[in-house]
Design a binder for this molecule. Structure first.
Ligand code: ACO
Length: 352
């Protein structure tokens, strides 16, 4: 039997908009404070995309250009695109095809992944299977978000809007025959019972089917106005919703669980981890996970202080920064772990 190749990250890149938005900058929109935001989330500042010149896709393109160049290939060499985001340029089609067009790639497959905070790890896992099966040789995996366009910038939405930032990260996956290198395993989970705890309900086709509470006026709305109605806008029903404490409670259980699952699947211990890159949800969550797993400060990389929570982009951005800073070297064991809306959670263990 032929040995299955492993996937390795052959190139990595990141892009964040130049516009820095501090906690104090948010005071002009809502009642909040630098102190509250830093104490609860660890965030000092985040980046917001240029209103018209930058989109989720264009930021993904910028990150992809760097990843592709670092992999020593060119855009026409890419044979599959996987794009993870929760804020796509269009409701449909997805960002994958927009990136394919923008980067003048061949008529290759383009897949969008909608798994929010764990989107990048899910996307990486999908890419890993295609590489292992031998179907593709150069897969571009992108995580990108332009949150600043869709948040509630009033005091009502402050528990969510202060957390999120814009940016993108990308990797190129290639097969490797090298022993003990590349992605060792990935682990994916979901619990749809909590779908509404962190969600953006409208616009959508749910018609209040899943919730006792009514989230829009579907019964009275004219046909043709059900998807997006004036009432939805008037009643501010078009923004994301989050029960922050419920997210926190589940996250601090599922993060350690999925990290230990990855280690156990490979016969490894927490002390073997060189760097853990947790999804940058909230610094308090990362610190809780670090404490629970008894990891040292050197073993966990966080950059939410500078970029906020960039959802599907947070892991590739943090991984790219950690690598650029020399914190990850060849042969190091790297663990990626994510938890978020869905709920979905996931981990990946890789030997750099
Ligand atoms: N500025 C000032 N006050 C605020 C803000 C704000 N930005 N947001 C909420 N408050 C107020 C609330 O109105 C409330 O006031 P009240 O007591 O007068 O009613 C008070 O602060 C406490 O509100 P809580 O929601 O209970 O605050 P909590 O301590 O839970 O902190 C937070 C909120 C930071 C969201 C926390 O629940 C949390 O970290 N949850 C995890 C959620 C998370 O990380 N989400 C990221 C996205 S999902 C992901 O990536 C996994």
């Amino acid at each position: 039997m032929l040995a299955m190749p492993r996937s390795k990250i052959a190139g990595i890149g990141m892009y964040v908009p130049s516009n820095i938005v501090t906690n104090n900058d948010l005071l002009k929109y809502m009642e909040t404070s630098d102190e509250w935001i830093q104490e609860r989330t660890g965030i000092k500042e985040r980046r917001y995309a240029h209103r018209t010149e930058e989109t989720t896709t264009t930021m993904g393109v910028e990150a992809a250009k760097i990843a592709i160049e670092r992999a020593g290939i060119t855009p026409p060499d890419i044979d599959f695109i996987i794009f993870a985001t929760l804020c796509p340029d269009y409701y449909f089609p997805g960002c994958g095809v927009l990136l394919q067009r923008a980067m003048k790639m061949k008529e290759i497959g383009a897949l969008d992944v909608r798994n929010q905070c764990s989107g990048f790890v899910y996307a990486l896992s999908v890419g890993d299977q295609f590489i292992k099966s031998g179907m593709y040789k150069n897969i571009l995996v992108v995580g990108a978000e332009k949150h600043s366009f869709g948040l509630d910038f009033t005091t009502r939405g402050r528990n969510i809007s202060v957390i999120f930032g814009d940016g993108a990260g990308a990797v190129v996956l290639q097969p490797t025959e090298e022993n003990n290198r590349g992605i060792l395993s990935t682990h994916l989970h979901s619990d749809g019972d909590s779908a509404e705890i962190l969600a953006m309900y409208n616009p959508g086709t749910h018609a209040n089917h899943w919730m006792p509470e009514k989230y829009a006026d579907f019964d009275e709305a004219e046909i043709g106005q059900m998807f997006f109605s004036h009432k939805m806008i008037d009643k501010e029903q078009i923004f994301p919703n989050m029960d922050g404490q419920a997210v926190f409670k589940k996250a601090v259980i599922k993060f350690p669980e999925v990290i230990l699952e990855a280690l156990s699947a490979n016969g490894l211990q927490t002390t073997d981890i060189k760097v853990l890159i947790p999804h940058q949800a909230n610094l308090r969550i990362s610190q809780f996970v670090q404490h629970k797993l008894k990891l040292t400060d050197d073993q966990v990389y966080n950059n939410i202080q500078k970029f906020g929570n960039t959802t599907a982009a947070s892991i590739p951005i943090a991984l790219c920064e950690a690598w650029e800073m020399g914190k990850i070297k060849e042969g190091d064991l790297v663990c990626l772990a994510a938890f978020g809306s869905g709920f979905t959670w996931a981990s990946a263990l890789l030997r750099w």
